[in-house]
Design a protein around this ligand. Structure first.
Ligand code: CP
Ligand code: NVA
Length: 300
């Protein structure tokens, strides 16, 4: 069975830390102009049923920088979108490439694909989680502030896929996660039950942000929920990360957001474009950490 990266906690803390440390070295090497063609003649298939800027560009550029190739396969352009079974698609595609990255609405479909794939499978965002994003967030924190162990992270807003991956990361990297969501927008009960050890829930975002080392948020309406946009904007009133919330946190607290962001909704312009925000490093680090992940999965 190939190694996969579908759920954040399927790799050990040691392996995840190794991927982050190597990403920091790869970033330095890349910036110094060093050429690393370890994945020469290797191919990554990238299957998307949702939009993407960062994930697509970072995986594509990452493969090129490592000397390999990538194939952008929009679901509607391949037979998968016309009803070819996931099983058959997985057998065929994995017989031709060296790794497969999937951004599919259904987490179960990614798991199903992996069961029939002879090559490593990467979850590039599902309705349940976004493990590649959290690798980049952890790398970014390490670059700015060092170890995240014992730190306090405040998640403000929707208990979505990205929030749920933070819950998994809190258990593995042993940090405290304070979550404030409007009622009805909490993470799934399964995640709450499984990862409750490192998590404290708050009704009031202000309380969740007190003494935090990072404040992190995401869109109020994730991809696929567009019909709920009006109702969500009403429900999330009071959950915008603004300077008042940032002021509850430690003086050296960082602001993170996986992007895309909507200024004036989940975050104020002054926060996302302010000096505590590290969103551009966070986005760039998708490139470096995924190169490291590809090396880990493909080289073994
Ligand atoms: N953060 C993130 O995954 O961005 P994209 O949707 O642009 O890939
Ligand atoms: N929660 C967001 C993340 C986008 C990167 C979504 O699923 O649309």
């Amino acid at each position: 069975m190939p190694n996969n990266f579908i759920n954040f906690d399927q790799l050990s803390q040691n392996d995840l830390q190794g991927i982050i440390d190597r990403a920091i070295s790869l970033k330095k090497e890349h910036k110094s102009g060093l050429i690393n063609e370890t994945l020469k003649n290797k191919t990554l298939a990238m299957i998307f049923d949702k939009s993407s800027t960062r994930t697509r560009v970072s995986f594509e550029a990452g493969m090129t920088q490592l000397g390999g190739q990538s194939l952008f396969l929009s679901e509607k352009d391949i037979q998968l979108g016309r009803g070819e079974p996931i099983t058959d698609s997985a057998i065929v595609i994995s017989s031709m490439v060296d790794a497969i990255m999937l951004r599919l609405s259904s987490h179960e479909d990614i798991v199903e694909f992996s069961k029939h794939s002879s090559k490593p499978v990467i979850n590039a965002l599902s309705d349940e989680s976004h493990p590649c994003q959290i690798l980049a967030d952890l790398m970014t924190y390490q670059e700015y502030r060092g170890s995240i162990k014992g730190k306090k992270i405040a998640w403000i807003g929707d208990g979505c896929n990205v929030c749920q991956t933070y819950m998994q990361a809190a258990a593995i990297f042993d940090f405290e996660l304070s979550i404030a969501t409007p009622s009805g927008y909490e993470p799934s009960d399964i995640f709450i039950e499984k990862y409750k050890k490192n998590i404290i829930f708050f009704e009031n975002p202000k309380d969740a942000c007190r003494d935090a080392d990072i404040i992190v948020t995401d869109v109020w309406t994730s991809m696929g929920q567009e019909l709920e946009i009006k109702q969500r904007e009403k429900a999330f009133k009071g959950f915008q990360v603004d300077q008042k919330l940032m002021d509850q946190a430690k003086d050296n607290a960082l602001f993170m957001h996986c992007l895309p962001a909507y200024r004036g909704k989940e975050v104020s312009t002054e926060v996302i474009d302010g000096k505590q925000s590290v969103v551009w490093s966070e986005a760039e680090n998708r490139l470096h950490v995924q190169k490291s992940l590809l090396l880990y999965l493909i080289e073994g």
